[in-house]
Design a protein around this ligand. Sequence first.
Ligand code: NAI
Length: 331
Amino acid sequence: AKEPVRVLVTGAAGQIGYALVPMIARGIMLGPDQPVILHMLDIPPAAEALNGVKMELVDAAFPLLKGVVATTDAVEACTGVSVAVMVGGFPRKEGMERKDVMSKNVSIYKAQASALEKYAAPNCKVLVVANPANTNALILKEFAPSIPEKNITCLTRLDHNRALGQISERLNVQVSEVKNVIIWGNHSSTQYPDVTHATIKTPEGEKPVPALVNDDAWLKGEFITTVQQRGAAIIKARKLSSALSAASSACDHIRDWVLGTAEGTWVSMGVYSDGSYNVPAGLIYSFPVTCSGGEWKIVQGLSIDEFSRGKLDATAAELAEEKALAYSCLS
Ligand code: NAI
């Protein structure tokens, strides 16, 4: 039998946490033959709710779940974890300045970076979900210099999956037949959902999405804005964030990273830019990646047309501005 893997979820008493921990305990993140020990971190005001989640995990009697640590102590939470899913953060409240929200999250991610760096297992894989996800991941990277930068990522898989879903609905095909959309850039409304290279599996082989949709105005307009604004649309409908789909996509992100992507298929991940596609190095930016042997690699050599170039640059500019704001909160 495999040794259990310790998986950290921060903000575990929140909306996404509540959807995510049972998925992990059922093997959706690491596979149906991989036992897990869940480490759940939240802050003292949520300690009682966190304990309630722990009680439910016991009650659900998940065969793969070999232990639960529920704590408000970051050191205890981070000790020995091989996967860290960072969902905890400070939400923007009405009337708050952007800089104030950034400042709160910078201090949270700086502190948690240090705890992970000191106490997590070597080669721990980190996924930041909490917003501003890219910039929180960048701060985490800066303050955990001994964690390899390739191990620190942020979630744009939800946006990727939303793009797959929109194309599937539009073409009336199964979502499993759609592949190779791309989310470029920031997990924000400047992200660029790109279907230039996406395909549909048909009985006659793979066909390009742009030709099948055959409506450039929709692809360059409503499709993009629908994906960009889907999070807000869910909040409007549910009065709560898109917790189910965020949790499911976080599992997809880690599963593909650890177990590999299918041959000929790429996914989107926010990763530390190496300057590929002329995206400035030193930002956490969403790229198309393939994964194998527990490592991601940016897909190279895709053609970028003029329309796409403008979109890639605009979301990079926003990330550079967020980075500057985050750094101004440090001093
Ligand atoms: P929520 O407010 O229900 O839960 C957040 C939890 O984090 C709360 O339990 C809170 O007590 C906890 N928390 C706050 N500070 C903490 C700290 N320093 N350490 C540990 N825990 C802490 O929020 P929800 O709906 O679960 O969303 C979580 C985050 O995920 C938000 O920032 C949201 O914007 C983001 N999000 C990101 C998505 C993505 O695709 N990247 C998609 C949807 C949401």
